[in-house]
Design a protein around this ligand. Structure first.
Ligand code: SAH
Length: 372
């Protein structure tokens, strides 16, 4: 067996584990045991897998085959209970993963908490949302996002994506149960520029870890061909599209990706996306003061979304150093929401989580110094 190519178990599916098991001369059912231990029991060390024979464990050790769980290097706890984890990967690169206890996905209906949500930390939380990174940095270069300032270093492997969930669940303990955990692929990176690893991770998270696909949402800046690919997957998260502006003129200024796939192309892909029963698309719209928060833009947005089975998530800009834009006042945000609702478009204001620790949308940037 080739030890260097197979060093880490995390990220391997049942078929790949079976190959390892067979090349070690072990019976095939061991692959299931490994799969179970890695993803459902969330072990950190292969030697702890007591269901495996001693012989097999010794072989794994001898071949330097390890679980490969990423390490939590640091964590920051917000007044609202949100925890931002700085996670160190095998090659010492860092990504950020955010834990939001008792979260829906940070939405609320009436906008009454549009300011900084000062939620009390939840001890016995019934639900939680984990926000995952898909790349080290990001290449998309949205002008309002701090991660963009890093550029992109590399893609995360499927094991590193799943590893974030497992590391955080291990740290948080058994509450809430995994089938009450929501996952959002909204951390660092553009998941659709790392599509294969992202979708493999999704399958492992569903089949292995036990998180329902209906509790997962992937957010894209609008990589149109991958929207079609996602629509063809038998197991997939819900889809959120970061629209952020209602015209090409405005959108291109803040999202250069719009030069490649213009709004019309994006909306056609959204229209053709095969939704499941009761499923809705989400359009995210980051509100930038005096740029895209005017009534005229609200009407244009309503026009775009009309006829789609979709809702709009409004996100007040989370500010940060090096970002040119400002956050609109809460009144303006509420008016924008009201305008959309009056036009028949369901609109929600995303409650900012963990702003004080730089954990909110668009603020993930390995900000160890900033938060400590
Ligand atoms: N690359 C993906 C996922 C990461 S960004 C995407 O673009 O969708 C997740 C969400 O945060 C996106 O909707 C994005 O528009 C939003 N966002 C980015 N920077 C932000 C900021 N500074 N304040 C508020 N929301 C931001």
């Amino acid at each position: 067996m080739n030890a260097s190519a197979q060093r880490f178990l995390l990220g391997l599916d049942l078929q790949e584990l079976t190959r390892i098991v067979e090349s070690a001369g072990e019976p095939a059912y061991r692959a299931r045991q490994l799969f179970q231990a890695l993803y459902a029991e969330r072990v950190s060390c292969a030697e702890d897998i007591s269901t495996l024979s001693r012989r097999f464990r010794a072989i794994l050790k001898g071949e330097h085959i390890e679980v490969g769980l990423p390490e939590i290097q640091n964590k920051f706890v917000s007044v609202d209970g949100t925890v931002r984890y700085l996670i160190r990967l095998g090659d010492s690169e860092l990504v950020e993963t955010v834990w939001m206890p008792d979260g829906d996905d940070g939405e609320m209906g009436d906008g009454s908490e549009a300011g900084d949500g000062n939620r009390i930390p939840v001890r016995n939380c019934k639900r939680a949302t984990i926000c995952l990174s898909s790349q080290v940095g990001c290449a998309v270069n949205c002008q309002f996002c701090l991660t963009a300032l890093l550029g992109v270093k590399r893609n995360l492997s499927a094991g590193e994506i799943v590893g974030q969930v497992i590391a955080v669940l291990r740290e948080q303990g058994a509450r809430p149960p995994v089938d009450r955990v929501n996952l959002v692929f909204m951390g660092m990176g553009e998941p659709f520029l790392n599509y294969e690893n992202f979708i493999k991770a999704v399958r492992l998270l569903v089949d292995g870890v036990g998180i329902p696909e209906s509790r997962m949402t992937v957010s894209t800046a609008g990589i149109v061909p991958r929207i079609y690919d996602l629509g063809g997957e038998s197991v997939r998260p819900k889809l959120a599209i970061s629209l952020n502006a209602p015209t090409d003129e405005l959108r291109t200024q803040i999202m250069p990706i719009n030069m490649k796939w213009i709004i019309e192309t994006l909306v056609i892909a959204a229209r053709e996306f095969p939704l499941r029963r009761r499923e809705k698309l989400t359009f995210e719209y980051v509100l930038l003061k005096d740029f895209n928060d005017q009534p005229a833009q609200g009407y244009q947005l309503a026009e775009l979304v009309r006829g789609l089975r979709a809702k709009v998530n409004l996100i007040a800009l989370n500010p940060g150093p090096g970002i040119e834009f400002e956050t609109p006042i809460p009144q303006r945000i509420l008016e924008f929401q009201q305008l959309l609702m009056n036009a028949g478009v369901p609109a929600y204001i995303r409650r900012p989580r963990g702003r004080d620790i730089y954990a909110a949308c668009g603020q993930l940037k390995r900000t160890v110094e900033l938060a400590s």
